[in-house]
Design a protein around this ligand. Structure first.
Ligand code: ADP
Ligand code: MG
Length: 488
């Protein structure tokens, strides 16, 4: 357990998350309207979403399959019977006057996610349950000085609410959890995990207490939509709550807003209790009954998940635990890696080189261009070929970096670029010796200095020769020959 120490003693932090994950599906949870992002306001609104009188919800069975798949991927129990309830509240973006959710009997109970803390120890974050519910629409207040607008495109889209038990004890742990959860959902293809577009957002519950006392009163920070914000919000809450307790006052149970421009949270409303929502079973919907065979069919579609893949990469490709977990953190990187390996038929040694090149050089390129693996310009075949060319000494590692940039800019293969630019490495000892002799002849004074003990000049001769060959001389051969020539 990690503690926070202040002048008044030790404090323990407790965090539980309620994660809203938008289900990947073409249509909404109870209507046939499209879920497409980025269309004009109110383009994706059916009569059901607008809650016109006389319309009735019809459950989208694909969304149910997606929730089952998520439950299986997160080690949960799939409940053979679950029910939908009405959560009643008024808000302009909620035309029904209630949200259809699952309060009394959710579709998934239990489950866990395996995470790693900062010291590399693994621990489980338990999931209390996962329920299906509708998303609400959106109020727009910043388009006119006198009017507010309502966009119902999001209203009725299926969300999975994934509720953890209060198992996390630092901002870092919460970040590890959310990152891992996002990765698994993306592997499962049940949620795209796009936090910027709001497909994944978390309500963050935080409390503090002194060791060996009961858990403290929690505050819930709503709708946090990035991992960085999650950590900022937790740290802000921890400081705020400790300060309140230290001054002898009590933390209020309330719902708070996170302001990403200041990194602070502020009170939104005092926490409502579930009684306030007047939950009751939705009379328009029958209980959701699942056949065992349906669950088993879906079980067969669960792909190899990040932990299993990372273990296999360590075993098969000799990667370190750390590298394997980075390469498998996103399904697209793992796929890219294996396709590159396969296309260039790389051996174990090169498998490691390939992973280094992806984790350092390719990721540096992504950073430089503000891109990620999902908008990568380089096909895996080209990356595999590049590593093969390094491994077989056709090009030096240094030149390979320039080639990688050109691969990104032009979309051409490394061999085409090498051909066009004449970048092949010079490995012939004879050829290198010619360049070297020229350098030594031009700097006979320095050669004399070297021989009288100025060892550092060795690097100077190497540098000069590299310049002459435009970096193409094979460094090992160059070293050997220079040594020989200077001994004479
Ligand atoms: P509610 O439904 O009223 O929001 P729950 O008991 O279902 O309350 O808990 C909601 C979330 O709050 C869960 O993610 C849970 O892990 C978390 N939580 C509960 N107690 C605490 C606490 N003392 N400190 C931090 N988080 C907590
Ligand atoms: Mg809650």
């Amino acid at each position: 357990m990690s503690y926070i120490e202040t002048s008044t003693g030790k404090w323990e932090v407790v965090i539980g998350l309620e994660v809203h994950a938008q289900v990947i599906s073409k249509s909404k949870l109870f209507s046939a309207a499209s879920t497409k992002f980025g269309v004009s306001p109110n383009e994706n609104v059916s009569f059901v979403d607008a809650a016109l009188p006389g319309t009735l919800p019809v459950i989208n069975s694909f969304c149910v399959d997606q929730a089952i798949k998520t439950g299986l991927g997160l080690n949960g129990r799939i409940n053979r019977i679950s029910r939908f309830d009405r959560k009643n509240y008024f808000y302009p973006d909620l035309p029904q006057g209630y949200q259809i959710s699952q309060f009394y009997s959710p579709i998934i109970s239990g489950g866990y996610v395996e995470i790693e803390d900062n010291e590399g120890n693994s621990k489980r974050v338990n999931i209390d349950h996962i329920h299906l519910e509708q998303d609400a629409g959106k109020c727009i207040h910043d388009q006119s000085p006198t009017k507010s607008f309502i966009d119902l495109n999001r209203a009725g889209i299926a969300l999975m609410e994934i509720v953890t038990t209060p198992d996390m004890h630092s901002a870092e742990e919460a970040a590890f959890f959310l990152r891992k959860l996002r990765s698994i959902l993306r592997y499962l293809k049940t949620c795209d995990g796009n936090m910027e577009e709001g497909s994944l957002r978390a309500d963050v519950n935080v409390s503090v207490h002194c060791p060996n006392t009961d858990y403290g009163t929690r505050a819930e920070v709503k709708n946090v939509n990035s991992i960085k914000f999650l950590m900022t919000a937790v740290n802000f809450e921890v400081e705020r709550q400790i300060a309140i307790l230290e001054s002898g006052e009590a933390v209020e149970q309330e719902t708070r807003l996170f302001d990403s421009s200041t990194g602070q949270t502020r009170s939104m409303r005092s926490k409502e209790n579930s009684q306030d929502y007047r939950y009751f079973p939705d009379p328009d919907l029958l209980p959701l009954m699942l056949e065992e065979s349906r669950i088993e069919e879906i079980r067969k579609t669960i792909p190899e998940l990040p932990d299993a893949k990372a273990e296999r990469f360590q075993r098969d490709y000799n990667l370190s635990h750390y590298d394997a977990s980075l390469i498998t953190s996103e399904i697209e990187i793992a796929d890219f890696y294996e396709k590159a390996l396969e296309s260039a038929n790389l051996d174990n040694d090169s498998a490691k080189i390939l992973s280094n090149w992806i984790l350092s050089e390719l990721f540096a390129l992504f950073n430089k261009h503000g891109k990620s693996i999902t908008d990568n310009h380089i096909p895996p075949e080209h990356m595999g070929e590049l590593v093969k060319l390094i491994k077989t000494d056709v090009i030096s590692g240094k030149i390979a970096k320039d080639i990688l940039e050109l691969m990104w800019d032009t979309g051409e293969s490394p061999s085409t670029i090498i051909e066009e630019k004449g970048l092949k490495q010079i490995t012939s000892a004879k050829e290198i010796e010619i360049f070297l002799r020229e350098v030594l002849d031009n700097h006979s004074d320095k050669v004399a200095d070297y021989k009288s003990g100025k060892d550092k000049l060795f690097g100077f001769f190497i540098g000069e020769t590299m310049k002459k060959t435009q970096g193409k001389a094979n460094p090992q051969v160059l070293n050997e020959i220079l040594k020989k020539l200077l001994e004479k």
